[in-house]
Write a protein that binds this ligand. Sequence first.
Ligand SMILES: [Zn+2]
Ligand SMILES: [Zn+2]
Length: 197
Amino acid sequence: MYLLFGKQKAVLLDTGATKRTEDFPLYKTVESLIKKFAGIEKPELFVIHSHYHTDHYAGDSQFSGKQNVTLVEPTGAAMREFFAFEQWPNGEAYFDLGDRNLTIIPTPGHQEDAISLYDSQTKWLLTGDTIYPGYVHVKNWSEYTKSIARLDEFVTTHEVSAVLGAHVETTTTPGEIYPIGTIYQPDEVPLLLASKK
Ligand SMILES: [Zn+2]
Ligand SMILES: [Zn+2]
């Protein structure tokens, strides 16, 4: 999950795999981070998703009906409407947080509604489950190939400081993954996939 602050708005990308507030007080954590890092004016929080898989939206219910929060439903239809994609998966969308602009790039393939985000401030490219250092699951190879080509073109025309996905299950031993439910991963592979100055 990534929490990005602009001058007027903040974005939470994905809400994780756990629904229960008792085990996973995500809203409370995000709220305290907003209090800590935001200026005098509390930014409006937009909850968005890298794609429509339950391990990325299970925490959504914690945000529903909360003040100063816009929860974009995780479905493809809601996402496309929110970002005003007219010819999905073509074109890009933009979301201005106030002196911090996000570019939304359609990257279906792992899942049909997947997006990647580029942050103008950190130059991060946030790729969700589309690409990360681990086992990447591809549902539609034809769409996936086109999405990777789209990302490849994007990184040649934009400065990218880091490519960051949404999963860290892999250990530093190639082919070895931590079992689901692991809460301590001392040998996990770094999330940072690539960087260039
Ligand atoms: Zn996924
Ligand atoms: Zn996932």
